[in-house]
Design a protein around this ligand. Structure first.
Ligand code: FES
Length: 67
């Protein structure tokens, strides 16, 4: 699932970043470069991507809590 088109960031990368860095949105954003472009994907509900960054964080947290 695409999180950020401009930087070609996929959901799996958000999960990996959260696994490495913990639930620190700013650190995850810098680590993955998500949002470094048009920044539309930083808005929850953005329909240009599969899973905007704020929603990807919530989903990643759920995935990691299950594992
Ligand atoms: S889609 Fe993420 S910065 Fe443009």
């Amino acid at each position: 699932m695409m999180v950020c088109i401009c930087q070609n960031v996929m959901f799996d990368e958000i999960v990996e970043a959260m696994r490495e860095l913990g639930n620190d949105p700013e650190a995850i954003r810098k680590y993955t470069d998500a949002g470094r472009g048009c920044s539309e994907c930083l808005k929850s509900g953005c329909s240009d991507v599969d899973l905007p960054f704020p929603d990807a964080l919530k989903a990643a947290e759920t995935v990691l809590n299950r594992s």
